[in-house]
Design a protein around this ligand. Structure first.
Ligand SMILES: NC(=O)c1ccc[n+]([C@@H]2O[C@H](COP(=O)([O-])OP(=O)(O)OC[C@H]3O[C@@H](n4cnc5c(N)ncnc54)[C@H](O)[C@@H]3O)[C@@H](O)[C@H]2O)c1
Length: 439
C-alpha cells in the first residue's frame, strides 16, 4: 500500500472549499469579461438533457444557440421546446463537431450516454468551450485523467453533473462533518437500493430510423444495434455505461468521499458483485458490495474506509433513504439523503441536528455560470468528478476480476499482483475522430 502523509490525505472538505476560489485564468472564449448572455449548446437531448434544457430556458443570461442529438426525434423535440419558450430558434444538429467549431459558443452541457462524456468534453475543452458534463465524468480511469489535462491546458471550467455539490443541505452537512460534529469520520457508507427493471434478452435488430447509431456509438467499438440499449439502458452495458454504481451510485459515492475528507484515489479496493436478481442482458452487477481503503500513513486514526452497497432489486428504501449516505464518526453518526435531508446523532443516539432539503440542479447550474464568469473552479470540478468516478471504475474491475486491487494513487496504475493495466482504459474504435489523444 502506498503511504500518504496525513496532511495530504485528510484534506477533502477543506480542499474542496478552497478549490472553489482557485482562479483558472479562464481561456479565450470566456464571457467572464462582460455580462452578455452566454451562448450555450445542449449535447444529448434525452431524459437528463431535457431537464437541463427546461432549467436553462428559465435563465435570461443563457442563450440556447444549439441543440444536438443523434436521434432526430429528440433533436426536434428539444428545438421545439426552445422555440415554444419564446426563445430564438436554435441550430439543431446531430454532429457535435458543428457545435464545437462555432467560436461564438461559450459553453456546452453534455448529457449523452457515459461513453461519450470524456471524449466529447475533451474535444470541447480543445475548442475552448466551458463544459458542464454529466456524471460519471468518464467511462474509465484514463479518460478522466485526460479530461483533467484538457481542462487545465485550455483553462476552461469543467463542472460535473453531481448537483449535490451545490445542494444547500448537503453542503451544510459537509460543513458540520468538517467542524467535527461527530468527531473523526473514519468510515463512510453510500448505498443505492432501488428496484430496477428486467431489460430482457434480445437479439440484434435494425436501429430505429430516427437514430444515427454510428454517431451514437462514436468512439466505442462497433457492434450491432439491440433494442434493449435504449432508452437509457445502455448504462448496464460495458461498452457504453459504468453500471448503476457509476449511474445513481456515483452521486452518493461522491458525497461519501467528500464527507470522509479524502482527496486522492484509495490504495486498496475489494468488491464482490454480480447478478443476483435479473436474468437479462445487463452486464453489470445488480448486487454489489465494495470497500475502498485509504491507508494514509498507516497509523491508527489515520486510515479511512468507504463502503458502497447496491441492491437494484429492492422495492423498499434503506435506512430511510433510497439512495443515501451514513458517516460513522468517533463521536456520532450522520444519516443523509441527498434528495431529502440529514440527521446527526451523538453518543447514545441523541439527535444533535437535522435539516431537510432537495436535490438542487438550479443551484448547480448557477455555480457553473458563476465560475464561467469569474474563472473560479466549480463546486464539482473535474478532478472531484474523476476521483469519484474512478471509485466506480475500480470497484467494477474488482468485481469483474474477482480480486482485491492494490492501486498506486499517484501513478493511477495497479500495483502488486495486478490485473491487466489495460482495464484502466478501454478498447476504442480504431481511427475514430473522438478517440482522446493519449488514451
Ligand atoms: N445528474 C443527474 O441527476 C442525472 C440524472 C439522470 C441522468 N444523468 C446522466 O445524464 C446522461 C444522460 O442520461 P439519460 O438518462 O438522459 O440518457 P438518454 O439515453 O435518455 O439520453 C442520452 C441522449 O444522448 C443522445 N446522444 C448519444 N450520442 C450522442 C452524440 N454523440 N451527440 C449528441 N447526442 C447524443 C441520445 O440520442 C440521447 O437522446 C447520463 O450520463 C446520465 O448518467 C444524470
Amino acid at each position: 500500500m502506498s503511504e500518504l502523509p496525513r496532511r495530504e490525505f485528510l484534506h477533502g472538505v477543506a480542499a474542496v472549499a478552497a478549490a472553489s476560489t482557485v482562479s483558472l485564468n479562464v481561456g479565450a472564449t470566456s464571457a467572464a469579461d462582460d455580462n452578455r448572455p452566454l451562448n450555450v449548446a445542449l449535447i444529448g437531448c434525452g431524459g437528463m438533457g431535457t431537464s437541463h434544457l427546461r432549467n436553462l430556458l428559465q435563465r435570461k443570461e443563457i442563450r440556447l444557440a444549439y441543440v444536438c442529438d443523434v436521434d432526430a426525434n429528440r433533436l426536434t423535440s428539444a428545438a421545439k421546446l426552445v422555440e415554444t419558450s419564446g426563445r430564438p430558434k436554435p441550430v439543431a444538429t446531430k454532429d457535435l463537431r458543428d457545435v464545437l467549431k462555432d467560436k461564438a459558443v461559450d459553453a456546452v452541457w453534455i448529457a449523452t450516454p457515459d461513453h461519450w462524456h470524456s471524449p466529447a468534453a475533451i474535444l470541447a475543452c480543445e475548442a475552448k468551450k466551458h463544459v458542464y458534463v454529466e456524471k460519471p465524468v468518464s467511462h474509465n480511469v484514463r479518460e478522466g485523467r485526460l479530461l483533467i489535462e484538457a481542462a487545465r491546458k485550455n483553462k476552461v471550467v469543467v463542472q460535473v453533473g453531481t448537483q449535490s455539490r451545490s445542494t444547500a443541505h448537503v453542503r451544510k452537512a459537509m460543513e458540520l462533518l468538517q467542524s467535527g460534529i461527530i468527531g473523526d469520520v473514519l468510515v463512510a457508507k453510500a448505498w443505492n437500493s432501488q428496484l430496477r427493471r428486467n431489460i430482457g434478452h434480445l437479439s440484434p435488430s435494425q436501429p430505429p430510423a430516427e437514430l444515427d447509431f454510428e454517431l451514437w456509438q462514436g468512439p466505442a467499438p462497433e457492434r450491432a444495434f439491440q433494442a434493449n440499449l435504449l432508452p437509457g439502458i445502455w448504462r448496464f452495458w460495458y461498452d457504453y455505461g459504468v453500471g448503476d454504481i457509476g449511474n445513481d451510485g456515483v452521486h452518493d459515492i461522491d458525497i461519501a468521499r467528500w464527507g470522509l475528507g479524502v482527496n486522492t484515489h484509495p490504495d486498496t479496493v475489494a468488491a464482490l458483485g454480480s447478478k443476483f436478481f435479473f436474468d437479462d442482458d445487463q452486464q453489470f452487477p445488480d448486487n454489489q458490495y465494495c470497500v475502498f481503503e485509504w491507508s494514509g500513513d498507516g497509523k491508527v486514526g489515520n486510515k479511512r474506509q468507504l463502503i458502497y452497497e447496491q441492491r437494484d432489486w429492492s422495492p423498499y428504501v434503506q435506512e430511510g433513504y433510497e439512495n443515501g449516505n451514513a458517516f460513522y464518526g468517533t463521536q456520532g453518526v450522520m444519516l443523509l439523503g441527498k434528495g431529502e435531508g440529514f440527521k446527526v446523532f451523538g453518543p447514545r443516539n441523541k439527535l444533535l441536528e437535522e435539516m431537510s432539503g432537495r436535490f438542487d440542479l438550479v443551484a448547480h447550474h448557477q455555480n457553473f455560470i458563476d465560475c464561467v464568469r469569474s474563472g473560479n473552479r466549480s463546486h464539482a470540478d473535474v478532478e472531484e468528478g474523476h476521483l469519484s468516478a474512478s471509485l466506480a471504475h475500480l470497484a467494477n474491475i474488482a468485481c469483474r476480476t474477482n480480486r482485491v486491487l492494490t492501486f498506486d494513487p499517484a501513478k493511477e496504475q495497479f500495483s502488486g499482483e495486478a490485473p491487466d493495466q489495460s482495464m484502466l482504459t478501454r478498447k476504442y474504435r480504431a481511427g475514430h475522430w473522438a478517440v482522446p489523444t493519449g488514451a
